[in-house]
Design a protein around this ligand. Structure first.
Ligand code: GDG
Length: 743
């Protein structure tokens, strides 16, 4: 309707304009026709009245001539008649003859031309005709016609012309709009199917219209163009955004207005613990919580997680909800309760004894038990039901976190086909051969392919995943757009490198570096100028703590000047201690530290200080600020946030980062000293280099790394995934329901 009005109104205006422009022409034309008519009519009258006039003249009855003329001007159009016997003298005329018409000036009214005389009642037409009789040689008859009827007729004609053009406009508009609507619909339908690739890139069903190969390149080009435009716009927009919790909130308010956002993770963002009579709220130190909390606050979403705290059940409402943060509630946690058997099978068993070693090349054999798998499936199903019951709309955005929930995306999609599921895999994805070890590899991969977007830290992990799909599933893999089409559903596999909050909380940097250096050395009974290295990890075999200690031992062997002058503090937070492998690992780490320290006993402070306990984030940062170097020697790590935290802690632009080449972080921080943790000699050389590195080189390296972490912070990580999801939803609305995207 709007389209029709947009077209019809201008057309009407144009045609009205034409009618207006044509009006003077109509006037001129009608005038000319009537003048010609009156000329003919005048000749006719002259011929008719010549004879009676002649008789009157012959009889010399001049008075009768005036009467005669008065009589014949009763005619509605004949206004006046006059007779001039000669140029001199007065005319014999009817009473109505205008004074301007004099016998002496009759030449004015003769010859070619319209001969109009203006008057108060309108134009008058004057015709002068010579008499042909012998009785009045040289005499001339003057006939004056009233032309006001011409103006009336002309007005009428103009009105008809205007009506004609308006009617024409209406008919033309109607026909054009009908044709346009028909072809627009056809064209749009064609365009949408073209963009979907239906009938062009693939045939929806064998009975459908025949394939049109000539359109295939156009369809492909169009799809690529749209993708490129989107990528370009995104890149341009993103490069102008300084990512902070506020900018993330603002962007999400704009992009995801009113969208229903649900996060699912195993670990909850707030844990309620019973301490005697009191209930204490703990915030696990986790990059994931830091990244996702601004999203939750911005969208007032729901975070579904395993309720693991000893007082968790005591504080929830009857729907297992609790509003958080406690000091200023902005979103809610929905707690899911697990039995001891479920936790043993799903969390300790399949997730941490199966998938964790399977995905990390750390030479610990994965253990797969069918009982664990059954619990993993059951717990994933339990969380899927929680997602469905928490969804406020049919198309929520669900952020599924980590390897504990590989089956969840597919389960959610079965219940909520219009949901946008973003799954993020925080650990590496191994090559297809390694992944094939998993007895339920097909189910795990198919489960993840229920996602709309599947994220990894590095392109290498994306490649491995897509390779695994290609090898084991009947799926269509597009390596150009990095999408997988499986079971009629498209999954985009994307790289989203995780990071930390920038700037770090002010509290972390409150104590100045010199005070941190002095206090930490004093606390550990170390001399004031003692060289200090730091390592902070969960006590996990993938973190390469054993290899790190071996490298320290090698440093002291190769460069004995550091014996008694260098100490490495290892903070090792206990983790998964219910699993045998972790217990063996802890024992191995403890024994190794004791052996190395024993070897260099009596030569000053010990080379290794091992602290197997959880530390508060503020204490961790104090160690980072006090150290001369930080050593991250993971055997395999999705990203490794410790490396980025060390960089963030060093606002003095000092300190050296030694970083394993097998971490995702190594791809983003090439200014670190990159090492192979299996090569003890190389690591020892890096340690020595770090200990003697001049201040200006430390500053140059640190400055570059700080710049990167500042720019590529955790708010960008979260924001990019959600912006991609928002764009995906807009596109699918546009393709599925033309016009809906604007509504
Ligand atoms: C997985 C992936 C990926 C450690 N000990 C203490 C403590 N921490 C903090 C660190 C850091 C976090 O824990 C560890 O993060 P990482 O990234 O190093 O490693 P994972 O726990 O294995 O995390 C990993 C990450 O997911 C995110 O996607 O980077 O590759 O394996 O923040 O500071 N914090 C406190 N006390 C400790 O004793 N407060």
């Amino acid at each position: 309707m709007r389209l029709s009005l947009r077209f019809v109104l201008p057309l009407m205006l144009v045609l009205a304009g034409i009618a207006y422009a044509v009006a003077p022409l109509v006037d001129q034309l009608t005038l000319r026709w009537f003048v010609r008519d009156l000329d003919i009519r005048s000749s006719l009258i002259v011929n008719t009245i010549q004879e009676p006039l002649q008789e009157q003249l012959a009889a010399g009855k001049k008075a009768k001539i005036g009467e005669f003329f008065n009589r014949i001007t009763q005619d509605e159009r004949l206004y006046a008649v006059g007779y001039c016997a000669a140029p001199q003298g007065p005319a014999l005329a009817s009473r109505s003859l205008p004074a301007e018409i004099r016998c002496a000036e009759l030449d004015r009214w003769e010859g070619p031309g319209d001969h109009l005389l203006p008057s108060a009642r309108g134009p008058l037409h004057v015709a002068v005709q010579p008499m042909t009789s012998e009785v009045a040689p040289g005499g001339k008859l003057v006939l004056v016609h009233d032309m006001s009827f011409v103006t009336r007729r002309s007005e009428e004609t103009k009105r008809y012309v205007f009506y004609f053009f308006m009617a024409l406009a209406a008919v033309v508009s109607l026909i054009t709009v009908i044709i346009a609507q028909l072809s627009w619909r056809g064209w749009m339908a064609g365009m949408h199917s073209l963009l979907r690739g239906e009938g062009l890139l693939r045939q929806p069903d064998p009975g459908a219209q025949p394939d049109r190969p000539e359109f295939k390149p156009i369809a492909r080009d169009l799809q690529r163009l749209i993708r490129e435009l989107e990528a370009e716009t995104r890149a341009r927009d993103e490069s102008q955004i300084t990512w902070t919790p506020e900018s993330l909130r603002t962007i999400l308010h704009g992009e995801l207005r009113g969208e229903d956002v649900i996060v699912v993770s195993n670990r909850e963002p707030y844990i309620h613990q019973r301490r005697g009579e009191h209930i204490e709220v703990q915030r696990p130190a986790s990059g994931l919580v830091t990244a996702l909390e601004p999203i939750m606050r911005a969208c007032s979403g729901t975070w579904i997680a395993h309720g693991s705290g000893s007082a968790d059940r005591d504080v929830v409402d009857k729907h297992d909800h609790i509003a958080v943060p406690p000091e200023k509630p902005a979103y809610q946690i929905r707690r899911v309760w697990l039995t001891a058997e479920e936790e043993a099978g799903y969390y300790y068993g399949f997730s941490n004894e199966g998938l964790w070693p399977l995905c990390h090349i750390a030479h610990v054999r994965p253990t797969f038990r069918s009982g664990d798998w059954a619990q993993y499936v059951a717990v994933n199903r339990k969380f899927a039901q929680a997602v469905v019951s928490e969804a406020k709309t049919k198309a929520p955005i669900v952020l599924v976190q980590d390897y504990h929930f590989a089956l969840l995306p597919k389960m959610i999609r079965e219940e909520l086909p219009d949901a946008t599921v973003i799954a993020f895999w925080h650990i590496p994805w191994p090559n297809p051969e390694s992944f094939a070890i998993c007895p339920w590899r097909d189910e795990v991969v198919a489960g993840l392919l229920g996602s709309s977007i599947l994220g990894f830290h590095t392109q290498f992990h994306c490649n491995n995943f897509v390779g695994t799909v290609d090898r084991f599933l009947e799926a269509r893999v597009d390596r150009e757009s990095f999408t997988v089409s499986f079971g009629g559903k498209l999954t985009a596999v994307r790289r989203y490198p995780i990071s930390i909050a920038w700037p770090p909380e002010a509290e972390m940097l409150q104590k100045d570096v010199s005070a941190c250096r002095a206090d930490i050395r004093q606390m550990n009974d170390l001399p004031a100028e003692h060289k200090l290295g730091i390592g902070v990890d969960r006590l996990d075999y993938t973190k390469g703590i054993v290899e790190r200690f071996r490298a320290i031992e090698r440093l002291l062997e190769l460069n004995p000047q550091w014996v008694g002058r260098f100490t490495f503090v290892q903070i090792a937070a206990p983790t998964r201690s219910g699993i045998d492998e972790y217990q063996h690992h802890e024992a191995q780490v403890r024994a190794m530290a004791t052996r190395i320290n024993g070897r260099f006993e009596h030569q000053g402070p010990p080379p290794i200080v091992l602290k197997v306990e959880h530390h508060e984030p503020r204490e961790v940062y104090e160690y980072f600020r006090a150290a001369d170097l930080c050593f991250v020697s993971s055997l395999h790590d999705g990203m490794n946030l410790v490396a980025k935290e060390f960089v963030a802690a060093r606002d003095d632009e000092r300190g050296v980062l030694i970083l394993s080449q097998f971490t995702g972080a190594a791809r983003e921080l090439p200014e670190a000293l990159i090492v192979n943790p299996y090569d003890a000699d190389q690591c020892a050389a890096a340690l020595h280099l770090a200990l003697v590195m001049p201040a200006n080189e430390q500053r140059d390296r640190m400055r570059l790394m700080r710049g990167l972490v500042a720019e590529f912070n955790v708010f960008r990580w979260a924001g990019r995934m959600l912006l991609d999801a928002a764009a995906m939803r807009r596109r699918s609305r546009l393709i599925d329901k033309p016009g809906a995207a604007n509504s």
